[in-house]
Design a binder for this molecule. Structure first.
Ligand SMILES: Nc1ncnc2c1ncn2[C@@H]1O[C@H](COP(=O)(O)OP(=O)(O)OP(=O)(O)O)[C@@H](O)[C@H]1O
Length: 353
């Protein structure tokens, strides 16, 4: 069944003019998000992520292009229609944006005012606070809550109007890793139970890895690479994408340690120091055993990291492969045929297949 498109940005362009300087914050970006996606947009600060997603609900009007959301051409709406349409698009922020002089329940109730009776509002707020695990704290004030709890309030408030889309703008950036992980789990739970489509902006690939099924990498106002999470992790093409993925593996630190090991310091001329990366099915195959059994190539594993992405293993190994050059060549073909990406770490010119 074809997936339903809920957001379609076409050739979105945003230029700012500040102190006589032109800033091209978003440069002709296309983006398609399907219902049920958790679509991660990752990039360094200033890449244009916030500006881009704010053109979805027109918090930022683009200087060019089209924003089609839930079947509406957002730029064609009048003010009243736009207010209504924005009810279908919730948003959460890095700094929570809560009203400090109001209780948690009052914060969550705020978007409902004027739309429902008092009793309906209370029932809705109770169920939202329960959904985010804060039913015990309805009468507390934001200052009494931890950062993670404040973000849960932000999420409950964003869900008050039963949106179909939630935009998360660096919502976990101010939180410690454990709290970040629990908020991401909550977003995933909402995606699964409510069918909520989520657009998640972050500078942390770790967050994308935890819950997204799609990812786009942004740099200097453009999307430089995009695709299914597994596909991007298995075969990133752009260096920036590779750098972001490596932050989730801490490969640099591993490589530095590995380079001190005797096995690496005393490499035989035909030995190869390599990084092997594989996703999914390849992991099930006893790679190392096959290399030895079928190709007489021994693999000395110096570092191994296997993570689970969307229920699928994603493995990275740093290995020394030893064998005759003919056997190594055949082994490289075998690895290539099994979708194992091989990258030379020994600086040898001859790059394996
Ligand atoms: N209202 C504005 N006026 C002028 N320039 C702006 C405005 N908003 C954003 N910019 C500029 O546009 C560029 C993209 O900013 P944007 O906030 O979208 O990036 P980002 O990837 O979301 O980064 P961050 O995580 O730091 O917000 C930056 O150079 C920024 O300084």
């Amino acid at each position: 069944m074809a997936s339903e498109t809920v957001i379609e940005l076409q050739q979105i362009d945003v230029q700012f003019s500040e102190k006589g300087q032109e800033v091209h914050a978003v440069d002709h970006v296309d983006l398609t998000v399907s219902r049920g996606d958790i679509y991660g947009i990752v990039g360094y600060s200033g890449a244009g992520k916030s500006t881009l997603v704010r053109t979805i609900n027109l918090l930022q009007r683009p200087t060019g292009g089209k924003s089609l959301v839930l079947g509406q051409d957002m730029l064609s709406l009048n003010a009243k229609q736009l207010r209504q349409e924005r009810q279908r698009i919730g948003m959460i922020f890095q700094h929570f944006n809560l009203m400090n002089s109001r209780t948690i329940a009052e914060n969550v109730a705020f978007p409902l005012k004027g739309h429902k009776s008092k009793a309906e509002i209370k029932a809705k707020v109770d169920s939202l606070l329960k959904l985010v695990g804060l039913d015990e704290r309805a009468d507390a004030y934001p200052a009494e809550l931890s950062g993670g709890q404040k973000q849960r309030v932000g999420i409950a408030r964003a869900l008050a109007s039963d949106p179909e889309i939630l935009i998360s703008d660096e919502a976990t950036s101010a939180l410690d890793p454990k709290t970040t992980s629990s908020i991401l789990d909550l977003l995933k739970h909402l995606n699964e139970t409510l069918g909520l489509t989520i657009v998640l902006i972050t500078h942390e690939m770790e967050a994308v890895k935890q819950i997204c099924n799609k990812v786009a990498v942004m740099d200097a106002g453009r999307i430089i690479e995009r695709g299914d999470l597994l596909q991007i992790f298995a075969q990133p093409k752009e260096q920036l994408t590779k750098d972001f993925i490596d932050t989730t593996i801490q490969l640099d630190a591993a490589l530095e340690a590995v380079r001190q090991e005797p096995a690496v310091q005393n490499l035989a001329p035909s030995d190869r120091l390599l990084r092997l990366t594989y996703v999914g099915a390849s992991t099930d195959q006893p790679l190392v055993a096959t290399l030895f059994k079928d190709y007489q190539v021994t693999a000395n594993i110096l570092f191994g990291d296997i993570q689970i992405l969307q229920g699928t293993p994603f493995g990275n190994l740093i290995v020394v492969l030893s064998g005759t050059s003919a056997d190594l060549a055949r082994a490289f073909t075998y690895l290539h045929d099994n979708d194992v990406t091989v990258v030379a770490l020994d600086g040898k010119e001859e790059t394996p297949a």
